[in-house]
Design a protein around this ligand. Structure first.
Ligand SMILES: [Fe+2]
Length: 301
C-alpha cells in the first residue's frame, strides 16, 4: 500500500480548520490549492474555496454539494495525521511564545527548535484512558483562549485526543494535598517520555481545575509557565503574599526557586517548558497558610 504524502494529509487537515477562526477561509483556500495541484480536487471546487476565502464563517461544503461536487475526505485518525497535528500544535506554541516578553522565553524556544525543524513522524494513538481533569476543564479553558488566540486554541483542541494526559502521582499526597493530586493533568509534547524525544528538555501543556492550590514547591529544572488563561495567583516564597497575574503573563522560575500557583475561577491552562535537569524530582515546601489559600476564591477579571 502506498502512503499519501505528508503534505497532502496536512492540506486535508487544514481544509477542515474549524469555521469562524480568524484567517481560516484563506487557510482553507491555500490547502485547496495544494489539493488541486495534486489532482485531488477539480477547478470548480477550487473556485468555491476561492470565493469563500475572505469569509471565515462560510462553510464551503453546502456550496460544493449544490454544485454537484463531492466533498473532500476528512482526514482520519492515521498515525501520520496525528504526527502532523502535533507539528501544527508545536508551531502554534512557538508562534505564541515568540510574542511573550521576559526571561526564559528564548531558552524554551531554542530547546523547541530541533523538534520544529524535524519532519513530522507518525504518532501512535495514546492507549491511556480518557483523563477526567481534561474532560471536566479543558473545553472551558479553550473557550477563554479562543477569544484572543483562536488558532492556538484550535491546535490544542485538534491534538487533545492524540496526547497522553497524565495526572502526576509522585508527590506525597499529604504534602501536595488531595485537591491538586486529583485536579491536574499534563501532556508532554517534546521530552524524554514524549512522542517527540528530547534527552533533557520538556515542553507540554498543563491543566489545573478552577480554584485549586498548587502548593509551594521547587525543583532543579528551570521552568517557564506561559499561562493561556487567567487571572491566577502566584508567589515565590512560602508564606509570602499572593500576586494576581492575568493570562499571557509568563512566569520564569530559575532552578530551585520556590513557587506556588492559586488557580482563579477559570481553569489554569499553560504551556510549560523545562530547559534542563528534567529528570530530577520536585519537592513540596511547607507553608502555614495553605488552608486559607485553599478556601480563597480569586474574582474573575
Ligand atoms: Fe514548578
Amino acid at each position: 500500500m502506498t502512503r499519501e504524502p505528508a503534505g497532502l494529509i496536512l492540506a486535508r487537515q487544514i481544509l477542515f480548520t474549524p469555521l469562524g477562526l480568524s484567517g481560516s477561509g484563506r487557510r482553507r483556500y491555500a490547502a485547496a490549492m495544494t489539493l488541486f495541484e495534486a489532482g485531488d480536487i477539480g477547478k470548480e471546487a477550487l473556485e468555491i474555496y476561492r470565493v469563500c476565502s475572505p469569509l471565515d464563517h462560510e462553510d464551503p461544503a453546502p456550496l460544493l454539494t449544490a454544485a454537484g461536487l463531492s466533498l473532500p475526505a476528512e482526514p482520519g485518525g492515521g498515525d501520520l495525521a496525528r504526527g502532523l497535528r502535533l507539528k501544527v500544535l508545536l508551531a502554534e506554541c512557538d508562534r505564541y511564545l515568540a510574542t511573550l516578553p521576559g526571561p526564559g522565553i528564548a531558552e524554551v524556544r531554542a530547546g523547541l527548535a530541533p523538534a520544529l525543524a524535524a519532519e513530522a513522524e507518525p504518532l501512535a494513538s495514546p492507549h491511556g484512558t480518557t483523563n477526567a481533569v481534561v474532560s471536566a476543564h479543558l473545553a472551558t479553558a479553550l473557550a477563554a483562549l479562543e477569544t484572543t488566540h483562536p488558532e492556538l486554541a484550535a491546535a490544542i483542541a485538534a491534538s487533545t485526543g492524540d496526547l497522553e494526559w497524565i495526572t502526576y502521582g509522585e508527590y506525597p499526597p499529604d504534602e501536595i494535598g488531595a485537591d491538586f493530586l486529583t485536579g491536574h493533568a499534563y501532556a508532554e509534547l517534546v521530552g524524554p517520555a514524549a512522542a517527540i524525544f528530547a534527552e533533557d528538555y520538556d515542553l507540554g501543556l498543563f491543566l489545573i481545575g478552577p480554584d485549586i492550590l498548587y502548593r509551594d514547591h521547587h525543583h532543579p529544572a528551570p521552568e517557564l509557565y506561559a499561562p493561556l488563561t487567567g487571572p491566577h495567583g502566584w508567589r515565590f516564597g512560602p508564606d509570602d503574599p499572593l500576586s494576581i497575574k492575568p493570562a499571557h503573563h509568563p512566569v520564569w522560575n530559575p532552578p530551585n526557586t520556590p513557587h506556588m500557583t492559586k488557580v482563579g475561577p477559570v481553569p489554569y491552562l499553560c504551556i510549560f517548558g523545562w530547559t534542563k535537569d528534567v529528570r530530577l524530582p520536585a519537592s513540596v515546601i511547607p507553608a502555614t497558610d495553605w488552608p486559607e489559600l485553599e478556601r480563597l476564591r480569586i474574582p474573575a477579571a
